[in-house]
Design a protein around this ligand. Structure first.
Ligand code: 5GP
Length: 193
């Protein structure tokens, strides 16, 4: 997605150890126009898939997932990282090792929001080693829901995430694909959409 790639070139900042900082338009301050365009692109790609729910993980997946869900006219569910006192129903849960925070946390979705009737599009802001996406797939599997695909805003293709998800038989659509972050430079591959 050209618009996204240009924005990463302009405003993305490479931190040490293979991390890209995009806090001025994705992960902290959010650009609604860009997020809407991203959400619509995902919705276009999955328009004929019969998606019934869009699933993401808090916090930075929520913006693109919400715009995709609105366009597909389905609900958006975000997995929670901390258990809230108000989550008193039965939960779907899985453990996710966070690439950026380097801790393992439990993620959860109330069982009542996903069922075996659902066809799910999973969306997240970044794909690194695939642990967040895998955790979301596991939540869907626990509910018996079918995962139709994974939409990623920024994929770091030099890490193992895509490989892991494709080996699980999942379709991965990444709007920006990064080949390398070496020497403080962002090098891109051709994106999927
Ligand atoms: P994974 O689970 O695929 O290893 O990592 C994906 C998660 O880690 C994303 O949800 C995102 O929050 C975070 N993440 C991974 N790599 C980066 C990065 O380079 N920059 C930022 N801002 N977040 C990242």
């Amino acid at each position: 997605m050209e618009e996204l790639v240009e924005r990463i070139k302009e405003d993305g900042r490479v931190l040490g150890e293979g991390v890209l900082k995009v806090d001025s338009f994705v992960t902290h301050q959010v650009d609604p126009e860009l997020m809407e365009a991203i959400g619509h692109r995902f919705a276009e790609v999955f328009a004929d898939a019969g998606i019934t729910k869009v699933v993401t993980i808090e916090a930075s997946g929520i913006a693109p997932a919400l715009f995709a869900a609105k366009k597909l006219a389905v609900p958006m569910i975000f997995a929670r990282k901390a258990k809230s006192l108000t989550m008193d129903e039965e939960l779907l849960t899985s453990s996710v090792y966070s690439f950026t925070k380097q801790v393992t946390s439990q993620i959860s979705i109330s069982r009542k929001f996903l069922s075996s009737d659902d066809k799910v599009l999973i969306i997240d802001d970044f794909l690194a080693n695939g642990q967040a996406a895998k955790g979301l797939v596991e939540l869907c599997q626990q509910a018996g829901a079918q995962v139709d695909g994974i939409g990623i805003v920024i994929e770091k293709s030099f890490q193992d995430g895509r490989d892991l998800l494709e080996k699980m038989g999942l379709r991965v659509i990444s709007l920006a694909r990064i080949a390398s972050l070496k020497n403080g430079e962002v090098e891109f591959l051709e994106g999927d959409a």
